[in-house]
Design a binder for this molecule. Sequence first.
Ligand SMILES: [Zn+2]
Length: 314
Amino acid sequence: MIGSAYKKFAAERGLKFSNGICYGELNGFMVTLSEGRGYKDIYISAQCGQDTCGRLMAEADVLKKKYKLNAFEVNSKFVYIAFLDGVGTLKRIAAFVDEFMPQLREYGVGGAEICPECGGTLDSGCVTKLIYGHAVKLHSGCAEEIINQMRDGEEQAAEVKSNAGMGIVGAVLFGIVGAISWAIVYALGWFVGWLGALIGFMVVKGYEKFGGNIKKSVIPVFAVIVILCVIFAQFLGDAFQLGYYIQNGEIYGTFADIPSYIKILLEEEPEYRASVIKNIIIGLIFAALGVYGLFRSLISSVSSHSKKIVDLEN
Ligand SMILES: [Zn+2]
């Protein structure tokens, strides 16, 4: 994303705004300007040979100090510069753009007329694409190749996705373990609502341990499993208690009568019904907190993969 001040800076230098970033040719190089918390950056999409990389990296420390950089990275296909955001950031960026950028050609960095993919000269058949958030000007054939590679990558990701089935099995198994813990604690006569958090935690962990890909679309599945596990936990706890009474002869019958006893209790004992509903509601609240807490930390580690290739104006 780019803020208004940096956007204005970019517009003054003839860059275009699209998809939350500014891009275009700056001093003869294809650049993308964006910013995040605590930094503003310039991504130069350019071919850099090994010599170029080495010579530029030798300057890294000097540049970092001079322009207060967070990062200075050089790679065969780009030069990346991040400026520490603070007082006078735009002045430092302007100085960098005016003083150092023109020297990049002397270091051997390919200009906007060179395709960063193949190193060939760009002709009228070139296209500009936003690839993982960065504007890249390249041959349309080279762009096709990247898109095909990404498609292959997505197909591999889809194969990984087929583990979602196993993930659900894991979620159910772990959820049952959580439910049994609940039932035991309940049968011993303690309050169990907070154990909903354990059930929620176990469901997500089970899904992950069995190879499920953690992503937002799985939330409804988790919700269904968690609800079933909490309800199961509650009635399993009652079954444990009833089983205990039957064993001791306090209630007449066999273990096989337990489901019908629970049915009778639900139908004829308003107090029992109320406590069941209360336990389940509190359990679900805690379960939601457990799922949310774990889920948020897991999803933040994978969300960066979801960016796609977007067409930009040349
Ligand atoms: Zn090319």
